[in-house]
Design a protein around this ligand. Structure first.
Ligand code: ADP
Ligand code: TRP
Length: 334
């Protein structure tokens, strides 16, 4: 079993990123035993599909690396790196461009969503983004790739590329990976609108919990979170149609480990005036230590870069045989 996943280095990490992605990575790392390792990386090469100043890009990579470590990714146990430091990713993508089909890429919904009406003005990198993602996965012979639902199509494309390459060149070079979409992955919604997902791009900072929010701000955001006038029902079925209430209960459950039924049983009949302080306390308890580790590491560029350089060294060594195998299979090297 080899686990691999990537995340785009965007600034401003929030509770949705933590519960929806990073926490699953930490859980997978904890399950690894013996020589097995997880590979986790910052997809900085993917980030060039949208323009960003060099300073912002570098800051995002370092902040995201610090956040991953603060959340529990242990660079001693997992290989943590940024893509740009491992040239094999860019090389392998170019090789796979021979295998990927225009028609396959044209059907990718993320490209269609992100390019919108401006297809002519979108970068070529945005179009070929899924081929780089396939290279990321196939280089390491990954068997399990934890991703959110939105990345499932890219993983299916990765499988198609692996199978076609193996078939076209008559080799068994690439492991065909499985997408691993953890069932209980939380989808955290905005604190201001229970039908919109919590996002860094929401203009209202009160809509999200950032990993950098201090205890007072956490308490304040939960106190001001939108709810309705009804009390918490004893039966979770009665949460239907109450998006904001459901979201707060789910956030509570994500940290307490309880399901909706257990929380409804515990708080049933009480109003949000009683529930919110309990939720805020739970958040302070769990996010406080993460924030402290993050703030301590965030500006220590030397320490962060050292982690990423060492991770890149291990990643490059792991990727090398597959890259050479691809050159050879294609008759480009012998
Ligand atoms: P944003 O929506 O804030 O721009 P990204 O698209 O950069 O977040 O997401 C990075 C990772 O965090 C992805 O794996 C995504 O599935 C996860 N994620 C983002 N927002 C949420 C959310 N509200 N609930 C659950 N997971 C989320
Ligand atoms: N495209 C993924 C996302 O936006 C990030 C990513 C890049 C990735 N390469 C990957 C995820 C390889 C899994 C495997 O979330």
């Amino acid at each position: 079993m080899r686990v691999l996943s990537g995340i785009q280095p965007t600034g401003n990490l929030h509770l949705g990123n933590y519960l929806g992605a990073i926490r699953n990575w930490v859980a997978m790392q904890e399950e690894m035993t013996g020589e097995s390792r997880c590979f986790f990386f910052l997809a900085d090469l993917h980030s060039i599909s949208e323009h960003l100043s060099p300073a912002d890009r570098l800051r995002n990579v370092r902040e995201m690396a610090a956040a991953l470590v603060a959340c529990g990714i242990d660079p001693e146990r997992s290989v943590l790196f940024n893509q740009a430091r491992v040239p094999a990713h860019a090389e392998m993508q170019w090789l796979l461009n021979g295998t990927a089909r225009m028609g396959w890429l044209s059907r990718m919904t993320q490209f269609k969503d992100k390019a919108g009406k401006n297809r002519e003005g979108a970068s070529v990198a945005l179009f070929t983004y899924p081929v780089l993602q396939a290279a990321d996965v196939l280089l390491y012979q990954a068997t399990h790739v934890p991703v959110g639902e939105d990345q499932k199509q890219h993983l299916e494309l990765t499988r198609d590329i692996a199978i076609k390459f193996n078939t076209d060149f008559g080799v068994e070079l690439f492991t065909v990976p499985e997408p691993y979409i953890p069932k209980e992955t939380a989808r955290i919604m905005s604190l201001r609108d229970g039908t919109a997902k919590m996002s860094k791009s929401d203009p209202s900072d009160m809509s999200r919990i950032n990993l950098t929010d201090d205890d007072d701000l956490l308490v304040q955001k939960i106190r001001k979170a939108k709810t309705d006038a009804e009390p918490i029902p004893a039966d979770p079925a009665e949460l239907a149609g109450r998006a904001e209430a459901t979201n707060l209960i789910d956030i509570y459950g994500a940290f307490s480990g309880q399901d909706r039924a257990a929380i409804c049983q515990q708080f049933g009949g009480q109003g949000f005036g009683a529930f919110k302080p309990a939720l805020a306390e739970l958040l302070v308890h769990h996010l406080g230590p993460i924030r402290q580790r993050y703030l301590a590491l965030k500006d220590d560029h030397g320490a962060i870069d050292a982690i990423l350089i060492e991770g890149a060294r291990k990643a490059a060594a792991a990727a090398h045989p597959t890259l050479m195998g691809a050159y050879e299979a294609m008759g480009l090297m012998r």
